[in-house]
Design a protein around this ligand. Structure first.
Ligand code: FES
Length: 102
């Protein structure tokens, strides 16, 4: 794995999400009940920005048409979303948020 630091743990309080731009790509980082997840930031339905939506349990609900994805797996869980969302391995080391893009 090739870990890349994208931010600091303090950027993302528990039960929140944060949008980073890494090499021109939007990456949404979620800090849910002490667990960390990272997904692409754009909905696979019609490209809306997912950080403008809401987190419900383990889902990100898109603000545009109410579709949703499982944050942990990227699987589409509500219509009109069908295509999965890209997810990335993530870890926090000594306060640094790191993602593997390989
Ligand atoms: S753009 Fe996200 S549900 Fe349509």
């Amino acid at each position: 794995m090739a870990w890349t630091q994208i931010g600091d743990e303090s950027d993302v309080p528990v039960n929140s999400m944060y949008l980073y731009t890494v090499m021109g790509e939007g990456i949404t980082v979620y800090h849910l009940a002490g667990d960390w997840y990272a997904t692409a930031d754009r909905c696979t339905h019609q490209d809306c920005s997912l950080p403008e939506g809401d987190v419900e349990e383990n889902e990100i609900v898109c603000a545009c048409h109410g579709g949703a994805f499982d944050i942990r797996t990227g699987v589409a869980t509500r219509m009109p979303c069908i295509e999965p969302l890209e997810t990335y391995p993530i870890r926090v080391v000594e306060g640094r948020i790191e993602i593997d893009f390989t």
